[in-house]
Design a protein around this ligand. Structure first.
Ligand SMILES: Nc1nc2c(c(=O)[nH]1)N[C@H]1C(S)=C(S)[C@@H](COP(=O)(O)O)O[C@H]1N2
Ligand SMILES: [Mo]
Length: 426
């Protein structure tokens, strides 16, 4: 096995560590008090006075001890922070729902402030009756609730040429998973009437946002009528400004770029617009220089979120919870395997809950760490039978000219101190 470290490519002999558990799983000292613990035996300051009243924080923030669990950007990635991206702190989250306050942002011309009163959504083109909805109009259509992941097609895009960024937040954090409330796009298209469009099979909708970039994208009518949503709430509350307040488009399982924020117009057309965002961007250049286009679906993918470079093992050998996230734009995750030896052997992880279509799935491997180095990987499978590829397999098909749609298996090298680093094995 060849291991390549960040920024360099060195050969390392792979330690054939005996991964057999040391036999002391319930590690005798795991929860046993060694002596008098003042935190148990002494009355603590927080029990000697009163806490905050209920009016202290009308809208709460995370407690200050968690203030490192925040979105972060990588300064050298973009020229400025306006047309830029930051990353969800997935290494520090658990479960599957991403709180809006730390869900990654991607803007092409910055996040805009748009009041509900000033909000308009227009449907035009090949419809029976062009319509303009206000925000209040949207609230009067039957509502649906669904949880979906949004992954930017560029997620993991810096890793094509080699291990690059040191942390799950940076390699895989262009993703979030929220419960959306809104109306189906079908409901609104049918309100405008689609008879004028004739045969719907070869029709498209062109969607654009109210921001300066407009971020226009063409979506096949099939998808528009299938499961797209016009959403105004996420995780129960209004969308945050940075996620498209007051209304965004939800395109389940498809690349994040199509999820137009501050959506202002939907045009029914008889062909794709071939906009900037679907020609010069969000296409995948292959080894021979030609580019794939219309690569809308996000293929199955997974990552170990802990341990990982930002979440080292601090407790030494013994019981260890390995955890991570898996997802597929083609349906539900059915199985996730975890390897500790760079893909030589695999153990099937426990799914915290049965996989939901096009939503994040949490997995756990409850294991025993023998204190030896590990080459940690996870491998997702979805309901179509698709198996997440290794980096080598992905490169065979895609070459190294791509930015988008890198869904290869990730490796963390965990050393004997429990520290983890982004590496590549082949
Ligand atoms: N109007 C508009 N919509 C947009 C964008 C944008 O810049 N403007 N960025 C797109 C991209 S590339 C992505 S990945 C997602 C990011 O959504 P988020 O900021 O809520 O994470 O929004 C998409 N929708
Ligand atoms: Mo994106």
């Amino acid at each position: 096995m060849t291991v390549s470290f960040k920024g360099k490519s060195s050969r390392r002999a792979f330690l054939k560590g005996t991964l057999a558990a040391g036999g002391t799983l319930a590690g005798a000292t795991l929860a046993k008090a060694e002596g008098a613990d003042p935190l148990i035996t002494e009355k603590q300051p927080w029990a000697q006075g009163l806490g905050d009243g209920v009016d202290a924080t009308p809208y709460g923030l995370p407690i200050k001890y968690e203030d490192d669990v925040i979105r972060r950007n990588v300064e050298w990635l973009t020229a400025d922070t306006i047309s830029s991206i930051n990353f969800s702190p997935i290494h520090a989250l658990d479960g599957t729902i991403t709180p809006q306050g730390c869900a990654f942002e991607r803007h092409h011309s910055g996040a805009i402030e748009l009041k509900k009163e000033d909000y308009r959504l227009m449907i035009n083109g090949l419809v029976d009756q062009p319509l303009v909805f206000t925000y209040e109009d949207l609230e009067r259509f039957p509502r649906v609730n669904h949880t979906f992941f949004l992954e930017c097609a560029a997620n993991t895009g810096m890793e094509w040429a080699g291990a690059q960024l040191n942390g799950a937040q940076f390699t895989h954090g262009m993703i979030h998973n929220m419960e959306y409330t809104g109306v189906t796009l079908r409901t609104l298209l049918e309100e405008a009437g689609l008879d004028a469009a004739g045969d719907l099979k070869d029709k498209w909708v062109y969607v654009e946002g109210a921001d300066a970039s407009s971020n226009g994208r063409s979506i096949p009518m099939d998808k528009a009528l299938d499961d797209c949503m016009i959403a105004f709430k996420a995780n129960g509350e209004a969308l945050r400004m940075e996620h498209g307040y007051p209304v965004r488009l939800v395109v389940p399982g498809w690349e994040g770029n199509m999820w137009v924020k501050w959506i202002r117009r939907i045009e029914v057309t008889d062909q794709a617009v071939q906009s900037r965002e679907e020609t010069s961007k969000y296409t995948d250049t292959l080894e021979n220089g030609t580019s794939r286009k219309w690569t809308w679906v996000m293929d199955a993918k997974s990552v170990v979120t802990s341990p990982s470079p930002q979440a080292p093992i601090k407790h030494g050998k013994g019981p260890l919870v390995i955890t991570g996230l898996a997802w597929s734009g083609r349906g539900a995750i059915t199985r996730v395997d975890v390897s500790k030896d760079g893909g030589k052997t695999w153990e099937t992880a426990r799914l915290a809950n049965p996989g939901q279509p096009m939503a994040l799935t949490r997995f756990y491997l409850d294991t025993t760490w023998d204190g030896e180095e590990m080459f940690l990987q996870s491998r997702a499978m979805d309901e179509t039978g698709y198996v997440q590829p290794t980096k080598t397999q992905l490169r065979e098909v895609r070459g190294e000219n791509s930015v988008y749609h890198n869904n290869c298996i990730q490796t963390w090298w965990v050393n004997a101190n429990g520290e983890a680093e982004n590496v590549e094995v082949s």
